[in-house]
Design a protein around this ligand. Structure first.
Ligand code: AMP
Ligand code: MN
Ligand code: MN
Ligand code: MN
Length: 285
């Protein structure tokens, strides 16, 4: 039996557009067998997702995508299969959300100075009482006509050197991996081909991640080309890491990264689920 894995998705608990229960239903309909909900810096959506998953036949893996600063850049570390009640992990995530709260106000103030009023309130409206990400600012700015689409709005307003960009320190790489491990989970470098790093710098990141106890690279990603997947599979083997698969689905508005529509892992990659014997047996045949 071909088991369909999607181990990187977002809900309204962070910057996705579907509530966790709706995401789970769509994943079931899309033929996903094993799903991880991996919201940015929060596990808030996991309870609703697990209730929706019950009896649906889908196997839900606990997940999170942690914002990390490494080598002067933001890097995302996905955690899978951990205990969401773990106090150290939750304290770390709470600290990141506190920074997010301040950053959102600061982005609002900077956009205000740039002549764009009400952006903080607008972004907050899109976040529906959950954490505020740049994606929520982007949706507001596009809706107000400041930019034609999501790609352009990031480029014009929300990235380094642009009026709504706020630099900051996210989690330390070793600490983020440690939180995930301490909670019994496994750490994955999310979309490793997306960091605009030289090959040398990327391999330094992978080396430090492996030394810290990291488990896998996200080899197949909704944001990777097939060539990038092959390159990342090679890196994973070079560092004795396993390989993960995730769409990075944010909702039906971004159909290029659809649920469960991912290509297979390259043959030479070791799937992250090879270390998950219990999950495999819980999937109904
Ligand atoms: P944040 O963690 O609040 O800084 O927001 C980062 C999120 O913004 C990412 O997880 C993506 O969902 C989104 N994002 C970043 N860059 C872009 C881009 N160029 N186009 C569309 N979405 C982006
Ligand atoms: Mn996102
Ligand atoms: Mn990411
Ligand atoms: Mn993501």
């Amino acid at each position: 039996m071909n088991v369909c894995y999607d181990l990187h998705t977002h809900t309204t608990a962070s910057d996705g557009t579907l509530p966790p229960s709706v995401l789970v239903a769509r994943a079931v309909a899309a033929g996903v067998d094993v799903l991880a909900v991996t919201d940015h810096d929060t596990t808030e959506g996991l309870l609703e997702a697990s209730i929706a998953a019950k009896g649906s036949g889908i196997c839900l893996v606990t997940g999170v995508e942690i914002s990390v600063t490494w080598g002067g850049q933001v890097v995302h570390i996905v955690g899978l299969g951990f205990d969401p009640e773990n106090k150290t992990l939750q304290a770390g995530l709470a600290e990141l959300r506190r920074f997010r709260g301040w950053r959102a106000e600061e982005i609002g103030r900077r956009l205000e100075k740039h002549g764009i009023s009400g952006a903080y309130e607008g972004a907050k409206g899109y976040s529906n009482g959950h954490l505020i990400s740049r994606t929520h600012f982007a949706r507001f700015l596009v809706e107000q006509g400041y930019a034609p689409d999501m790609r352009k709005v990031f480029k014009q307003f929300l990235t380094q050197g642009k009026p709504g960009h706020v630099a900051g320190e996210w989690a330390d790489l070793g600490k983020a991996v440690g939180w995930i491990h301490g909670a019994g989970g496994e750490a994955v470098i999310a979309h490793p081909a997306r960091y605009s790093m030289t090959r040398t710098k990327l391999r330094r990141l992978i080396g430090e991640f492996q030394e810290a106890g990291g488990a896998a690279l996200e080899v197949v990603s909704g944001s990777h080309s097939r060539d990038e997947a092959f390159t990342m599979a090679k890196h994973s083997r070079d560092f004795s890491l396993r390989a993960s698969v995730g769409s990075d689905y944010h909702g039906p508005e971004t159909p290029w990264a659809d649920l469960g529509k991912l290509s297979a892992l390259p043959d030479n990659a070791v799937p992250i689920w090879r270390g998950w014997p219990d999950l495999a047996v819980s999937i109904p045949a």
